[in-house]
Design a protein around this ligand. Structure first.
Ligand SMILES: Cc1ncc(COP(=O)(O)O)c(C=O)c1O
Length: 507
């Protein structure tokens, strides 16, 4: 019989006792959360009824913590410190006890608000402990339930006809690997089934042609696809993100700058989209002629970091067709738009494409990154699109609960319903304060509005924060709204009233 050394038995005994105590603690906390949820619940999970402000933002405790953190790292983006235990539903609570209605949600990455009971329950399930404790390297030793879990979660909600998935860590990492997949696919087509030559294999080790070929990716002005070395060459939202970093010479096409209200500028907007598509074609020819053909076209369904720039369904359909005509992979970056907030699981579903994109990337609300792709994009040789973890099983545990909740609570419908209230409210405020705000726009709760200048935008976002609303900015002029999927019409009305009151002081 295999006997553990005495010390090890004790260590195991201690570990089990510790886990038991931890579980009891979490269970007690969960019961308290449940009790308060039941007393205050409206339609879905939410515990607080409104914001509660105790200090100006950031409060004294946040300032103290900032000082301490500043000694170790850059804190210029830190707004305040969060009390994640007290934060509930749509409300974020800071370390000074201020409670804000959160319509930014950890940079659009929180699907079910704070401390959702379904997620706590998933964490309490002892069956899930082993993948949290022993993080699997999913490309090498996946757990027994991995295929079932993938089928029941990520594949269950996949975009139409994309039934392959490769998991990654974050959004940048997903795009970075999608680019590689696109290049490998392009060269495989070019080799027409032949294996790589000796010269290719030798030259690639020295970063030289023909093994490291001259290929390019077409992206758009104002686009954002990440901050890693490859993705940064396709990111064009803010100069400061790119400054001092060497970049690939890849084509950047203009993205349509639509005029609002859309119904008043149909002709102008159509011409603007045609201008951008002509430029796409022109750039593809130019790069083909200079020996660096476009292998991938990457686009966001709504340019998010770049300022919430929209384009029409017709624009995206034509772009898809151009990619097909020139033999480039069409990659739709749904890192920010994906996972239900637009009133579709995937924003690009609204384009109803005849031929789906070759690849769709995701992250943020999905809790882990990844690439949905067509069969033909599969990379058959091991370790070419690969890393140690290839995703994270512990996040799949949460994603399973999130997807079940989205379905059970009909949260895609809710995003449409609450989005309607937000969009109507923003439109009416834009007519009331034409000297301060303009161009209200949105899809579901994925909404934005522009300010006359960035100074006014930043002042108003700061004022909103001091009035209990946590919003975000994007691009040069926009305020963006990214509430959780449990954001209800009454939260939307609360926000519109609070925004109205703040705007009235800036007239
Ligand atoms: C559309 C889009 N793509 C990619 C990224 C990069 O994701 P991450 O910050 O997780 O690397 C972002 C992040 O905001 C994004 O909005």
């Amino acid at each position: 019989m295999f006997l553990l050394p005495k010390q090890s038995v004790n260590a195991h005994g201690n570990t089990f006792r510790l886990i038991k105590r931890l579980q009891n603690g979490i269970q007690k906390w969960y019961s308290l959360q449940q009790a308060s949820t039941e007393t205050n619940q409206k339609r879905r999970f939410d515990t607080y009824s409104q914001p509660l402000m105790k200090t100006p933002m950031p409060g004294p405790r946040s300032k103290e913590l900032l000082k301490s953190l500043r000694q170790i790292q850059d804190v210029t983006a830190v707004q305040f410190f969060t009390d994640f235990q007290q934060s509930q539903g749509n409300y974020i609570v800071d370390v000074d006890g201020n409670r804000l209605l959160d319509i930014f949600c950890q940079i659009a990455s929180l699907p079910l608000g704070y401390n959702h009971p379904d997620l706590i329950q998933a964490l309490l399930n002892p069956d899930n402990a082993s993948v949290i404790i022993n993080r699997p390297a999913l490309g090498v030793n996946p757990p027994v339930d991995f295929p079932t879990k993938l089928h029941e979660t990520i594949i269950e909600v996949s975009p139409p006809e994309l039934k392959n998935v490769t998991l990654m860590g974050c959004g940048s990492c997903s795009n970075e690997n999608a680019y590689k997949m696109g290049f490998i696919w392009y060269m495989r087509k070019k080799r027409d089934g032949k294996p790589p030559t000796k010269e290719e294999l030798e030259s690639t080790l020295l970063n030289k042609v023909p093994g490291s070929p001259k290929l390019s990716i077409l992206s758009f002005d104002g686009g954002f696809h990440g901050r890693t070395m490859g993705t940064l060459s396709t990111t064009h939202s803010k100069a400061v993100h790119k400054l001092d970093i060497p970049a690939f010479d890849w084509p950047t096409a203009p993205f349509p700058q639509l005029k609002y209200p859309l119904e008043n500028f149909q002709k102008e907007n159509q011409l603007e989209e045609e201008r951008c598509l002509d430029k796409v074609k022109q750039l593809i020819n130019e790069y083909e002629n200079k020996g660096s053909p476009v292998a991938v076209i990457v686009v966001e369904p709504i340019q998010a970091e770049g300022g919430d720039n929209h384009a029409s369904v017709a624009f995206f359909r034509q772009l898809r067709n151009i990619a097909k005509e020139v033999g480039a992979a069409f990659l739709v970056d749904e890192v920010q738009t994906g996972c239900a907030a637009t009133g579709h699981m995937w924003a690009h579903e609204s384009w109803e494409l005849d031929d789906p994109p070759e690849m769709v990337t995701f992250s943020k609300k999905m809790q882990l990154g990844g690439i949905y792709h067509k069969d033909e994009m599969r990379v058959d040789e091991s370790y070419r699109v690969f890393n140690t973890w290839l995703g994270d099983s512990s996040k799949l545990v949460l994603l399973e609960a999130i997807i079940n909740c989205i379905k059970r609570e009909k949260l895609i419908d809710l995003a449409k319903e609450s989005g309607e209230v937000l969009q109507t409210g923003l439109k009416s405020l834009a007519s009331k304060y034409p000297n301060i705000i303009s161009r209200p726009r949105g899809m579901g709760t994925f909404c934005a509005i522009d300010f006359i200048d960035s100074k006014k935008r930043d002042e108003i976002i700061a004022d909103l924060k001091n009035n209990g609303i946590m919003a975000g900015s994007c691009g040069a002029l926009a305020m963006r709204l990214r509430p959780a999927l449990i954001f209800e019409p009454y939260h939307a009305n609360y926000f519109i009233d609070a925004f109205d009151s703040v705007l009235s002081k800036h007239k």
